[in-house]
Design a protein around this ligand. Structure first.
Ligand code: KG4
Length: 339
């Protein structure tokens, strides 16, 4: 018999609900929060308020689009963390209320596991193309940069991670210094296409094993611009494309060098990308080039499943449902990374 799961995501600034029948997606609705744009970053208090406004309409739309009635849902899965506490509380409380009102089980989902398991989302009437276990997943988003060894649906090990900023944060903060809108990652990607990646060189970290660090790069970028602007106030405007291309190529090199090392040491050739930064064209091209050279099989999820979305929460909830890993109503969200 089929299992219907309602997934809820509210860890940061996107309110999302998705309905799944087993591994197949039936709907995935997202309400983005425009309110943060003018502040150049997510304002936690505003995010929680917007989640409160959006959650019921988003769930309603997801159920309607899926053509599924509330009574058909077998379990509700929600993002428990990591994320902003006020935002997580909205999704968690909604999921508890929904589970209680409909007398169905509750499934807690780790947002980072969900990003990884987005690879297993199956589109209706399509063959699914997913990595085989074990695989390595480079999980790069606004809040995280990790290399994850994925042993199966339930067992993952972080083999490397950032010791300070995430890759997305490096993109966004450097973009802000150049006066680009938030989030800056997609802008840098766009402008980089017209620039020379070798025009400027920036500091690359020397960090142990498979770990990352992006704060030195951010500082070196900031100081470089500060010095150049003193000499020529129009420096940024005149060199924007080259700055974006050089910065992007530095971030991509840092990310991929550690991935190559981990894949070679662990002897893994199934390689996946996940998280918002996996939309980056430099990263995608770099990975494809490496795949040819190293004979890797690579997997990049559909764009809609790389940024924050409830589809990845629902598919993770589905596997937890099969494993009967339910949680009780006294479960609380966690804001920090717990893998
Ligand atoms: O996974 P995600 O949607 O959520 C958070 O972790 O918050 O990732 C968002 C991050 C932002 O830092 C954004 O700038 C970055 O992903 N991003 C990109 C691109 N598209 C989104 N970074 C570089 N190039 C892109 N094309």
């Amino acid at each position: 018999m089929s299992v219907y799961i309602l997934g809820i995501e509210s860890s940061c600034d996107d309110t999302s609900a998705a309905v799944f029948r087993d591994e197949t997606i039936l709907s995935n609705k997202i309400a983005n929060q425009e309110v943060h744009k003018e502040y150049g970053g997510v304002v936690p208090e505003l995010a929680s308020r917007a989640h409160q406004q959006n959650i019921i309409p988003v769930v309603d739309k997801a159920l309607k689009e899926a053509g599924v009635k509330v009574a058909d849902i077998n379990a509700v899965a929600f993002t428990r963390g990591p994320g902003l506490m006020g935002s997580l509380l909205v999704g968690t409380s909604f999921a508890k209320g929904f589970a209680l009102a409909n007398n169905i089980p509750l499934l807690d989902v780790n947002h980072l596991h969900a990003h990884v398991l987005a690879h297993f989302i199956k589109e209706p009437d399509q063959e699914s193309n997913h990595p085989d276990f074990p695989f390595l997943c480079l999980l790069v988003s606004g809040g995280n940069s990790q290399i994850v060894l994925v042993k199966d649906y339930m067992h993952m090990e972080v083999v490397g991670q950032t010791i300070d900023d995430a890759a997305g944060e490096a993109f966004d903060k450097c973009a802000k210094v150049m006066g680009l809108p938030y989030p800056g990652g997609p802008w840098i990607d766009k402008l980089a296409k017209e620039g020379n990646p070798e025009a400027f060189s920036f500091a690359k970290p020397n960090i142990k094993a498979y770990d990352y660090s992006f704060s030195g790069l951010k500082t070196s970028f900031l100081y470089f611009l500060r010095d150049q602007v003193k000499v020529n106030p129009d420096f940024i405007e005149e060199n924007k494309n080259d700055l974006c291309a050089s910065l992007q190529s530095t971030i991509v090199d840092i990310l991929l060098n550690k991935l190559v090392k981990a894949a070679s040491d662990l002897k893994i050739s199934q390689i996946a990308l996940a998280g918002g930064v996996s939309a980056n064209s430099g990263l995608r091209n770099g990975l494809e080039m490496l795949a040819k050279k190293k004979k890797w099989e690579t997997f990049i999820p559909k764009f809609a499943y790389t940024t924050d979305n409830a589809a990845m929460v629902a598919i993770t909830g589905y596997y937890k449902f099969l494993a009967k890993e339910f949680v009780t109503h006294d479960t609380t969200p966690f804001s920090r990374v717990v893998f």
